[in-house]
Design a protein around this ligand. Structure first.
Ligand SMILES: Cc1cc2nc3c(=O)[nH]c(=O)nc-3n(C[C@H](O)[C@H](O)[C@H](O)COP(=O)(O)O)c2cc1C
Length: 171
């Protein structure tokens, strides 16, 4: 099996991480893969905020205060992905960026998990002000967030695929 397929089939969402940080050069490569995702009319409508160290501690505390729970599993890096609400397809564009980052991370030995809590935190009339604190431009809305780090879990197989999710038609 080629390496791309192997990466796709072996990627798992991980929720327990070693304390070891992910080197910045590795994070840069992962983020670069994210912004090379396709986007509707090539609008590249995403904004990514990469959080590590003190900034991540501040963000996790902020998120816990807003959401009433810590959703981030002590991962050493988190990327917030927002989309320009004036773009054609900000949620689909941002989702593809997250998907590309997950697979790039996996290919580099870094584990990840999509954490959806941003969609509950960054909502309501204060959204722009809250988001600005994390470097996110006005008018951008949350798509998701991705925690990243070295897995402290046993590797596991993918869950069985559901039946009936693909229809083949050839005539
Ligand atoms: C849109 C979306 C939102 C998700 N939100 C969360 C989340 O908030 N917390 C979490 O632990 N996992 C979250 N996940 C991870 C899924 O639970 C995981 O992808 C699924 O169980 C399949 O497992 P796998 O990724 O290991 O194949 C999310 C995944 C997606 C695609």
């Amino acid at each position: 099996m080629n390496e791309v397929l192997q990466t796709i089939y072996t990627r798992r969402s991980v929720r327990s991480y070693e304390a070891e940080p992910v080197p910045e050069a590795v994070l840069q490569e992962i983020v670069k893969a994210g912004i090379y995702a396709p986007s509707a009319m090539n609008q590249q409508s995403w904004h990514l905020t990469v959080l590590t160290r003190k900034a991540l501690e501040r963000y996790v505390a902020f998120a816990e205060k807003k959401a009433g729970r810590n959703a981030y599993h002590n991962a050493p890096a988190v990327v917030l992905v927002f989309g320009d609400s004036a773009a054609i397809e900000p949620v689909r564009d941002g989702t593809l960026a997250i998907s590309s980052m997950m697979l790039a991370a996996r290919s580099l030995g870094v584990s990840s998990c999509w954490i959806n809590i941003v969609n509950h935190i960054f909502t309501g009339p204060d959204t722009d002000a809250m988001a600005a604190e994390w470097g996110i431009p006005a008018g951008y809305r949350p798509v998701g967030s991705l925690e990243l780090g070295y897995s402290a879990e046993e590797a596991r197989e993918a869950a069985p695929r559901k039946d009936g999710t693909v229809t083949w038609l050839s005539e």
